[in-house]
Design a protein around this ligand. Structure first.
Ligand code: PPE
Length: 304
């Protein structure tokens, strides 16, 4: 999706003009893919622009870097403040936020330990990730022949830059075959997640999602879906799923910061159907929560 430029990007403590936010071609991450990022959204709420679950996202960024043995040269509070400041100075009522921790210029070779560690935070307006229509009509999914990471090859709990090569392989295969999105299975053959979203089925009134041990990222939106389901009195379970469970699901949907909550219309050409009642209920509550319209979830809206 094309990027709409905004005014300033935060780079290592400075707000830099959009056009000047550049790196050297020998930036380590550009060659070897080590680094970590976050995807966060800010929404317009009755009290002003609020970042959805910022605390959890910054925590995950620190966890990702700990897993990848990268030391972030800023404190948790500094990155919280920097994120809010970047949203504020760009004057956007709602936007997507992309913090990135990357290994910088000055070292080559596979030992990342001596590399300088840089941090940037960019924001831009990002519309509905899988298309406006998708929120209502749902998306058509293909189970990919590309597997999700084995936890001992690439740790799924880290939102690592290089992890996303695997997602892109699956996305390309799905798009080229005429589908909207891919679903990846774990090396053990269980359903894991989509290229940049967690996945859920609804069966006999119960919402079911795969565990992180099947290679899925522990999604912050997924966690919001869990809490929303609980609030609505809908049963929720985390358990391994087989691909056939997807084919026979009563409903299915996916969740992610960029994608938000999107119904799944079909998997491998097996029609699951139009947006179902439980998906509709959870999706509606999600959009209310991000917009600060549900008092019970107000602590999720971090005002800038
Ligand atoms: N799994 C993967 C692999 C993933 O990348 C994401 C977020 C999720 C699950 C959902 O996590 P959460 O956002 O915490 O609910 N993917 C980010 C990047 C998407 C992109 O295209 O870039 C995102 O949604 O921001």
């Amino acid at each position: 999706m094309p990027i709409t430029p905004t005014s300033k990007i935060w780079m290592d403590g400075q707000l830099v003009d959009w056009d000047d936010a550049k790196v050297h071609i020998l930036t380590h991450t550009l060659h070897y893919g080590n680094g970590a990022f976050e995807g966060i959204r800010a929404y317009e709420t009755p009290k002003g622009t609020a970042i959805f679950r910022l605390t959890e996202h910054i925590h995950r960024l620190f966890d990702s870097c700990k897993i990848l043995a990268i030391e972030i040269p800023f404190s948790f509070d500094e990155l919280m403040d920097a994120t809010k400041e970047t949203v504020r100075v760009n004057g956007l009522a709602s936007c997507y936020i992309r913090p990135l921790v990357y290994l910088g210029y000055g070292e080559m070779g596979l030992n990342p330990l001596p590399c300088p560690v840089n941090v940037s935070i960019a924001v831009w307006p990002w519309g509905v990730y899988l298309g406006e229509e998708s929120l209502r009509t749902g998306v058509n999914m293909m189970i990919s022949s590309w597997q999700r990471h084995d936890p001992n090859a690439m740790p799924p709990a880290a939102k690592g830059v290089g992890h996303y090569i695997n997602s892109q392989m699956a996305k390309v295969a799905a798009v080229n075959a005429g589908y909207d999105e891919a679903i990846l299975l774990s090396p053990q053959g269980f359903v894991s997640e989509c290229t940049g979203e967690n996945l859920f089925i609804v069966k006999n009134g119960v919402v079911i999602t795969p565990p992180t041990s099947a290679g899925a990222l522990e999604g912050i939106t997924q966690n919001a879906v869990h809490k929303i389901a609980k609030d609505l009195g809908i049963e929720y379970r985390t358990t391994n799923l087989l691909r056939s469970d997807l084919y026979t699901a009563d409903e299915a949907f996916l969740s992610g910061t960029a994608a938000e909550v999107v119904p799944i219309r079909s998997v491998d050409d097996r029609i699951i159907g139009d947006r179902g009642p439980i998906t509709t209920e959870i999706q509606a509550a999600f959009f209310k929560a991000v917009r600060g319209e549900l008092p019970q979830f107000e602590q999720w809206n971090e005002l800038v």
